[in-house]
Write a protein of this length. Structure first.
Length: 383
């Protein structure tokens, strides 16, 4: 049994400007600069068992209320939000197994990797919160360029969200497209100012203009809603709309969390941890709030029961497991699936590859479309 772990994150997390939903999501939790400093200072603090469990059954753990030995079943660990250093007396082996299993993208993605379909040489981009430098070893060697747009953070400081989305897209153990090449633009979501995101997207557009035709950036993953109905951003939202239009005109596919527009085509769901590769066992919504109705115009992707890279301070690498993740985790997943498709057939246009994504989706009992990576690649190969 391990000794009490090192505290990695403070309990004071705030709901800010990443993908939002009617249900509280881990993908919506953004650590602000003052909290990042607190996290770094807390690295020397010793903690008691369970005291850095962040979510239980999809809800944020209130200050002073923690799960204790005897008041939860072993199965409940799968609903927690915890990291590799969380102490689980008499449950550590199970917690480690759950965390390791959560690295699996599921839905047959690893079977595609075994065939050499890994997104190799496909250029992708992310706009999200800052990464600590040097980068986490899970994805560090996949980053081609990194540029900060106003986070105001020292290079040694990281975030929760940035490493999470990077690892889900190009991570070596948890990424959908582990051999894709990543351009990463860091932006301060906590500012709630869309100008930073627009500037970041325009940097991607400008960078893309200088790339050879065969090396263009194909897709930008943005786990936020910088404009539109329900957006938590309050400044310069029209700048995001303009930048997206410019990117689309330049042939770059943008995926974000907006609803009612052509960039917001992804919805949250979760695979069965016992049968992660069986799309027929996939559920829409969240483990604590499954969807029971049909949603048109979207494809569902795994967002819960996933493990991502964690690095709040340079050199302090870890992994965190989210029993109930947010829509934020679904955006890089779909971007990764598309990267697999472009590796298979680089000639596919944005319209063609999205059509194949939707046409190959598994249809559940409610008529919802579930991303089906193996069927998608088969459809790409068959055209």
């Amino acid at each position: 049994m391990r000794k009490p772990a090192i505290l990695i994150i403070t309990a004071a997390l705030v709901l800010t400007s990443s993908c939002t939903n009617s249900t509280a999501e881990s993908g919506s939790l953004a650590v602000q600069p003052s909290e990042q400093a607190s996290e770094t200072a807390a690295l020397t603090k010793r903690i008691e068992p369970y005291s850095d469990v962040r979510m239980v059954n999809g809800s944020i753990v209130p200050d002073g209320i923690q799960p204790e030995k005897g008041n939860y079943s072993p199965e409940d660990i799968a609903t927690f939000w915890f990291n590799r250093d969380t102490v689980f007396p008499e449950g550590e082996d199970l917690a480690a197994e759950i965390l390791e299993n959560g690295k699996n993208p599921g839905l047959g993605v690893r079977s595609l990797h075994e065939r050499g379909i890994t997104g190799k040489s496909v250029k992708v981009a992310i706009i999200d919160q800052n990464l600590a430098q040097p980068f986490h070893s899970e994805f560090g060697d996949r980053i081609v360029q990194y540029k900060d747009f106003g986070t105001g953070q020292p290079e040694k400081n990281g975030s929760m969200h940035g490493p999470g989305v990077a690892s889900l897209l190009v991570g070596q153990s948890c990424g959908v497209a582990p051999d894709a090449e990543l351009y990463f633009a860091a932006a301060p979501s906590w500012s709630r100012d869309s100008a930073y995101y627009a500037d970041a997207l325009r940097w991607i557009i400008e960078t893309n203009r200088d790339l050879p035709e065969e090396d263009k950036i194909r897709v930008v993953s943005v786990s936020a809603a910088p404009s539109g109905d329900g957006s938590p951003f309050i400044k310069n939202t029209e700048m995001w709309d303009d930048a997206v239009a410019e990117a689309q005109k330049a042939g770059i596919l943008v995926l974000d969390c907006r609803r009612g527009c052509d960039t917001g085509i992804i919805a949250p769901g979760y695979y069965d941890p016992e049968e992660p590769d069986d799309v027929t066992h996939f559920s829409t919504g969240f483990p604590q709030e499954p969807y029971e109705t049909r949603m048109d115009g979207v494809v569902f992707a795994p967002t819960s029961a996933r493990t991502t890279a964690e690095e709040y301070s340079a050199g302090h690498e870890s992994y965190q497991y989210t029993g109930q993740g947010g829509l934020s985790w679904g955006i890089p997943y779909i971007a990764g699936v598309l990267a697999l498709g472009w590796q298979t057939d680089p000639s596919l246009s944005n319209e063609e590859i999205l059509s194949l994504l939707f046409e190959s989706a598994y249809i559940d009992e409610n008529g919802n479309k579930i991303v089906n990576p193996t069927a998608f690649i088969s459809a790409v190969e068959a055209r």
